[in-house]
Design a protein around this ligand. Structure first.
Ligand SMILES: C[S@@+](CC[C@H](N)C(=O)[O-])C[C@H]1O[C@@H](n2cnc3c(N)ncnc32)[C@H](O)[C@@H]1O
Ligand code: SF4
Length: 427
């Protein structure tokens, strides 16, 4: 969740939705393609801010008055109550939660009992579908065997650790608080508690060699997680890292080096039995069932519905997008006075929806349906279909997938997905 909010229109104080939302949710269910419903809970606290990170998160020092970690579970539960009322008042049919994701920041800086109490409140208000995926992100040094056991006991099914690297000098450049030794311990406790495990890795940090990256991927694989995300380091404006790169005191990331590291990750991960299902995500999948894919993220990428609770969190309901006040104090203040925490709202037009669909679809191994391009492109998909043929010839798109009606990038195409999007969208 990037920390800058879009402009959009003001959202109403009572949180009511236009009638179209209820109609679209009902129509999708009646057509046998129900829109799934998920919950994202943002927890905007970190012990220290890593120099590269642009997420909406605050250390105790920069939080200031008006918001506190100790009152956070109650504040977010207040938003969940507000959400349930606004949905009912807008006549949106009730739906149980298919996935819940606590992200940050560092959710596990809150006591496990606080995370469980937020989840309990969500369960009371919306219901949780049996077998739902319930994840929390965690820094490897922010959990104990007891806290993970308590989370599992409270209904969590999965934990996603920010491992980032196995190499001490890379962890130091990234300003991580954890040490490599924290990761195997945390993964072991999570397994003992019965939780599925995902590991986040970052590649392309200045000073990281190809051998460093290889040892990071190998160390991650050796822990046998169910899922691995590997992100290229993005230098964000407004971060400490971004400023250091501008000053020239830290080298900028090198796209060729990042491409080499992506190819190495793909080779090592596929040899170890992981399959890519989104450009930055691989799941352990020896039988090809997709069982360990992150279902919460799949719901985002498949354009389903979710409520995002917490400061700066974004939500999407049947074509309407809305987002909350960014600072934790402003967010808490709105809820305390009975006003919607949401400060902006927009309903993207057909062109914006088409672009979004293309951007998300071409990142997925399941790809984008060519019929969706035909339905949503302004010219009925004629331009996109010419580009698809050209990109198959250039080796960027998979010709066999196209025969079955889908646009799927090849390995080469995964390295150039921005170009694929631009060409399909015609700009
Ligand atoms: C919001 S963080 C939350 C996880 C947890 N706080 C941690 O850092 O361990 C989610 C993931 O985003 C990734 N991330 C954050 N900033 C990034 C950046 N500038 N470039 C690439 N990946 C980034 C990191 O891999 C991180 O694990
Ligand atoms: S701990 Fe995670 S959320 Fe916090 S600043 Fe670092 S990467 Fe960002």
């Amino acid at each position: 969740m990037p920390s800058t909010l879009p402009l959009g229109d003001p959202a109403p104080d009572d949180g009511r939705f236009p009638d179209d939302v209820a109609h679209r949710v009902r129509a999708a269910a009646e057509a046998g393609r129900p829109r799934t419903f998920s919950l994202y809970v943002h927890v905007p606290f970190c012990t220290v801010r890593c120099g590269y990170c642009d997420f909406n998160t605050y250390s105790a020092e920069d939080l200031g008055p008006g918001a506190s970690r100790s009152s956070y579970a109650d504040t977010v539960s207040g938003e969940l109550e507000f959400a349930a009322q606004a949905l009912t008042a807008s006549d949106v049919p009730p739906r149980t939660l298919e996935t819940v994701f606590f992200g940050g920041g560092t959710p596990t800086l809150l006591p496990a009992s606080d995370l469980v109490s937020i989840l309990d409140r969500a369960r009371e208000l919306f219901g949780v579908t049996p077998g739902a995926e319930i994840t929390t992100e965690a820094n490897p040094d922010s959990v104990t065997a007891d806290s993970l056991r308590e989370l599992a006991h409270g209904g969590f099914t999965r934990v996603s650790f920010g491992m980032q690297s196995a190499v001490p000098h890379v962890l130091a450049t990234l300003e991580r608080t954890h040490r490599q030794e924290n990761v195997p311990a945390a993964v072991g406790w999570a397994r003992e508690a019965g939780l599925e495990v995902s590991l986040d890795l970052i590649y392309g940090t200045p000073g990281e060699s190809l051998a460093d990256w290889q040892s990071t991927v190998e160390a991650a694989v050796a822990l046998e997680p169910d899922h691995i995300s590997a992100y290229s380091l993005i230098v964000e404006d407004g971060t400490k890292f971004g400023a250091a790169v501008k000053r020239g005191s830290v080298a900028d990331v090198d796209p060729d080096d990042q491409a080499d590291k992506y190819l190495l990750a793909e080779r090592l991960l596929s040899e170890a039995g992981y399959r890519w299902y989104e450009i930055s995500n691989w799941a352990r999948d020896p039988e090809g069932t997709g069982a360990h894919r992150a279902r919460h993220n799949m719901a985002y990428w498949r354009d389903q519905d979710w409520w995002g609770a917490g400061p700066g969190a974004h939500s999407h309901l049947a074509g309407v997008r809305f987002w909350n006040a960014k600072h934790p104090a402003a967010y808490a203040q709105r809820l305390a006075t009975g006003v919607s925490p949401s400060v902006g709202r927009e309903e993207p037009d057909a062109e914006a929806r088409f672009l979004e669909r293309v951007m998300l679809g071409v990142r997925l191994a399941e790809g984008l349906e060519i019929s969706a391009l035909e339905e949503s492109a302004p010219d009925g998909g004629a331009h996109a279909k010419r580009e698809i043929a050209a990109m198959i010839a250039e080796g960027l798109l998979d010709g066999r997938a196209a025969v079955t009606g889908r646009v799927v990038p090849t390995l080469q195409g995964r390295l150039l997905d921005d170009a694929i999007v631009r060409r399909l969208a015609g700009f």
